[in-house]
Write a protein that binds this ligand. Structure first.
Ligand SMILES: [Zn+2]
Length: 170
């Protein structure tokens, strides 16, 4: 399904990684500010309340609670779970072609490399190490570490996974 969105670079459609994804609709040069991650600006306290609410709902149903809270600064988060924010459909990858940068109070998705027309956009969600077990990675790239976690934690994760493998050996 293709959704109608107004952005010169991207389109949203179903992805082989997870549900919907965001795809380039033209060649995008490295360094391009592709799309702003927009949403409702809320306090950290409100963000925590929404997170817990979604988490609770997810526990009581078959549905997976999707959270689109994005760290903006020490006081505010952006809740990107709004229809006017197609950037929320960008999937995580261990080998991403985009990065996210906060520039003058705005969250931008920026091309890390030259992206070809119809390529899927991705960035590293950079989750904390403590929660990685809740977020297996399906990116399918040759360097996938198996979980959605910030790259700074990869050495630690790889050591843990190597120990596990060793223990499981007959
Ligand atoms: Zn991966």
């Amino acid at each position: 399904m293709t959704k109608n969105i107004k952005n010169e670079y991207i389109t949203v459609k179903s992805s082989s990684i997870h549900n919907n994804g965001v795809f380039a609709k033209k060649n995008i040069p490295a360094g391009t500010k592709i799309i702003e991650y927009v949403g409702e600006k809320i306090t950290k306290k409100e963000a925590e309340r929404r997170f817990n609410e979604t988490f609770k709902k997810a526990q009581n149903s078959e549905e997976h609670g999707a959270v689109y809270l994005f760290h903006l600064n020490s006081r505010y988060d952006i809740d990107g779970n709004v229809p006017y924010n197609p950037a929320r459909f960008i999937n995580h990858s261990c080998k991403p072609n985009c990065e996210v940068k906060i520039i003058k109070g705005h969250i931008w998705v920026i091309a890390l490399a030259n992206i070809k027309n119809s390529e899927e956009l991705s960035y590293n969600y950079s989750y904390d190490y403590e929660v990685h077990e809740d977020h297996p990675c399906l990116c399918g790239t040759d360097i996938c570490v198996g979980y959605i976690v910030a790259e700074e934690h990869w050495p630690k994760l790889k050591r843990k996974l190597a120990r596990k493998k060793h223990q499981n050996r007959p």
